[in-house]
Design a protein around this ligand. Structure first.
Ligand code: HEM
Length: 397
């Protein structure tokens, strides 16, 4: 390292609930790559500079197969196999990602737009009929992404309720691990049934397309399909739900920005990019492990050592955006890392963008007087979770 410094603790306490934890900027300024002590007491390498995080996330000398999380100290459970992307390295990751990416076309994602609009409108209609205040997390942010994923898979109406219930149960944070495990089992079973139905009667959906995909290696069997579908479900649900809940909370806290959006609805694309950058809900950063000795300038990382790519810190690097702490939906969209970077960059980002644009536009159009029903400081923020957000969002209008 360029200078010897005391090993800092990764800060997690936020002064402002919408801004990164206090002290993160100091660490980045002093040393964008440093040893750090994480919440669980483990020491590992922490990357906080924009360029440094980008370099790390595309560096194939690092693996996603970490032995245990430096954040939680949890031993990593046995990894799901082919089709799971997030838990795979090359060469299988490259092959499986290619198979899936071919079906994640802009066209397919855009064709979902009318269905997403319908899902959003139906939920807003229901909310309008409820007594106030309404919890937007329970009534909107949680169910909408789950319905959108069901649309991507084209889950038949008669299976929809069972599918939604099992998905919701799997995502709950207030139940015992056994209950989550049982819900995961139910989801796997439901996905398997769905895949068999698609084999018998293919449709226009993503799963039918994967079944019919050109598969030179012959890997796309039922296990692959169930694993891929479950990964998509897990990766798509909580993330999008958190962005909807937290994004709404931030917008309600910044009426000047909502006024800008109202005056010029074409800002919605920019607004969603700025929300993604500013909130970077993957608040702890992605973990990797070095497969060999790696040098970054004066920093020497040994094979087997773990690293954390802190995208939240990187997205607030002034070398990336000027005045990063200013939330400004008129900023020109830039290459933020809320969706990660490199080979594991979010495969669902187009869908997430389309969904978030429809959600925020429709919500503020439908409820022009929408406001928080409690002071912002009283909102239960998800400080303890992998993805940052709000547990509840009571609103009135
Ligand atoms: C706002 C919502 C979302 C956010 C913030 C988000 C964020 C991310 C991030 C940061 C990664 C990279 C993880 C890493 O490098 O370890 C990732 C990967 C992934 N995301 Fe998303 N995501 C979102 C929505 C979605 C949606 C809607 C889908 C699917 C329809 C999806 C599917 C995936 C998958 C399958 C991966 C793994 C890709 C790979 O390993 O090759 N995500 N996402």
């Amino acid at each position: 390292m360029t200078e010897s410094i005391a090993v800092p603790h990764l800060p997690t306490a936020r002064g402002c609930p919408f801004a990164p934890p206090d002290g993160l900027a100091d660490i980045r300024e002093k040393n964008p790559i440093t040893r750090a002590v994480f919440e669980g007491g483990e020491e590992a390498w922490l990357f906080t500079g924009y360029q440094e995080v980008r370099d790390l996330l595309r560096d194939q000398r690092f693996s996603v197969r970490i032995p245990r999380s430096v954040h939680t100290r949890d031993e990593q459970p046995p990894r799901p196999g082919r089709g799971s992307l997030l838990w795979q390295d090359p060469p299988t990751h490259t092959a499986d990602r290619r198979l899936l990416a071919k079906e994640f076309t802009v066209r397919r994602m855009q064709s979902l737009q009318p269905r997403i609009q319908r899902i959003v409108d139906e939920h807003l209609d229901r909310i309008a009929s409820l007594p106030q205040p309404v919890d937007l997390v329970a009534e909107f942010a949680t169910p909408v992404p789950s319905m959108v994923i069901s649309s991507l898979f084209d889950v038949p109406v008669e299976q929809l309720d069972a599918f939604q219930d099992a998905a919701a149960e799997m995502m709950r944070v207030d139940v015992e691990p056994e209950a989550v495990q049982a819900a995961a089992g139910r989801i796997m079973f439901a996905l398997h049934q769905l895949i068999q139905a698609k084999r018998a009667e293919p449709g226009e959906d993503l799963l039918s397309a994967l079944i019919a995909a050109d598969d030179p290696e012959g890997v796309v069997d039922d296990t692959f399909l169930v694993t891929a579908a479950a990964t998509l479900l897990i990766a798509a649900h909580d993330t999008t739900a958190c962005m909807i809940g937290l994004g709404t909370a931030l917008l309600l806290d910044r009426p000047d920005q909502v006024a800008l959006l109202r005056a010029d609805p074409s800002l919605i694309g920019n607004a969603v990019e700025e929300l993604l950058r500013y909130l970077t809900i993957g608040q702890r950063g992605a973990e990797r492990v070095a497969l060999e000795d790696v040098r970054y300038g004066d920093v020497k990382i040994k094979a087997g050592e773990q690293v954390v790519a802190h995208a939240l810190a990187a997205n607030f690097d002034p070398a990336f955006v000027p005045e990063p702490e200013r939330f400004d939906i008129t900023r020109r969209p830039s290459a933020h890392m809320a969706f990660g970077f490199g080979p594991h960059q979010c495969i669902g980002q187009q869908l997430a963008r389309i969904e978030l644009q429809i959600v925020f536009r429709s919500l503020f159009e439908r409820f022009p007087t929408l406001r928080l029903a409690v002071p912002v400081e009283e909102l239960p923020f998800r400080h303890e979770m992998v993805f940052y957000g709000v547990h509840e969002l009571p609103v009135e209008w």
